[in-house]
Design a binder for this molecule. Structure first.
Ligand SMILES: NC(=O)c1ccc[n+]([C@@H]2O[C@H](COP(=O)([O-])OP(=O)(O)OC[C@H]3O[C@@H](n4cnc5c(N)ncnc54)[C@H](OP(=O)(O)O)[C@@H]3O)[C@@H](O)[C@H]2O)c1
Length: 240
């Protein structure tokens, strides 16, 4: 019988998600490496297993109801519970742009993955969550009203309405789910990894994916007296 705690990371075949999987594995979790593409997932799993970690691939396309349902059924059948859910999968859609120019298809695409996908995954796995489970939703300072609203901030110059507004909606999901689950022992928080060198973050970013992942892993391993319904960056609570 597997006595490890079980963690699922969506979009864990690369970038920050893979690093979260690695760090949770190093912390003794059995890590389910979510990947919409099975082959890409297996490459990441091989890498983690070669490091001695207990990593297992799981096909998970967050926009596909059948894929999400099958993943939840598989986890239920194999382990009967989930201790940590990391909602990491997200996109900046091709053509993401300023309010004055963005196409409604692009805006819809951002919300389909970043918000509807995240809620779909969360709903599917909620019945499996252990009583002291942790949910971490990846957020960003581009979803911070304070930072984007400050004309002196670099965040005010990034013209990606789809990404920024969908991630702001994710923050509300985080707060509302934390409220729903308050008193149950389950804690729900958002993690802003900071700008990290990945396909999404750009390869010139100074932070490593491992540094970004550490913020999420800290929230995934909070003690019982930890916060809920907040968004944290490395420096502490994010103003949003
Ligand atoms: N990098 C940064 O600077 C930064 C800053 C702030 C916040 N974040 C957040 O951190 C998280 C990870 O970002 P990252 O930089 O690691 O991005 P990334 O390198 O682009 O990786 C994104 C991951 O999400 C997966 N994904 C995308 N759409 C999916 C879908 N519909 N179903 C399942 N998986 C899907 C991707 O799979 P494929 O490989 O199949 O595309 C990939 O595994 C995101 O939530 C992002 O918003 C990143």
């Amino acid at each position: 019988m597997n006595t490890n705690k079980i963690a699922l990371v969506t979009g864990a075949n690369k970038g920050i998600g893979k690093e979260i999987a690695r760090q949770l594995g190093q912390a003794g979790f059995t890590v389910l490496v979510g990947s919409r593409d099975v082959a890409r997932g297996e490459v990441a799993v091989k890498e983690l297993v070669a490091e001695g970690l207990d990593a297992i691939g799981i096909q998970l396309e967050v926009t596909d109801e059948a894929s999400v349902r099958a993943a939840a059924e598989r986890v239920g059948a194999a382990y009967g519970r989930l201790d940590v859910l990391i909602n990491n999968a997200a996109i900046i859609p091709e053509g993401d742009d300023a309010v004055s120019r963005i196409g409604d298809g692009v805006l819809r695409e951002a919300f389909e993955t970043n918000v509807l996908g995240l809620v779909r995954v969360t709903q599917a796995f909620l019945p499996l969550l252990a009583e002291d489970a942790r949910i971490v939703n990846l957020s960003t300072s581009l979803a911070s009203f304070e930072q984007v609203g400050d004309p002196e901030s670099r965040m005010s110059t990034v013209l990606t309405l789809g990404y920024n507004s969908s991630k702001a909606a994710v923050n509300m999901v985080t707060v509302m789910l934390a409220n729903e689950l308050r008193g149950t022992g389950i804690l729900v928080n958002g993690a802003d990894p900071g700008n990290c060198a990945t396909d999404m973050g750009g390869w010139s970013a100074v932070r490593t994916p491992a540094q970004g992942a550490a913020v999420a892993v800290g929230l995934a391993t909070l003690g019982a007296d930890g916060p809920t319904g907040q968004v944290y960056a490395e420096e502490g609570r994010l103003a949003w």
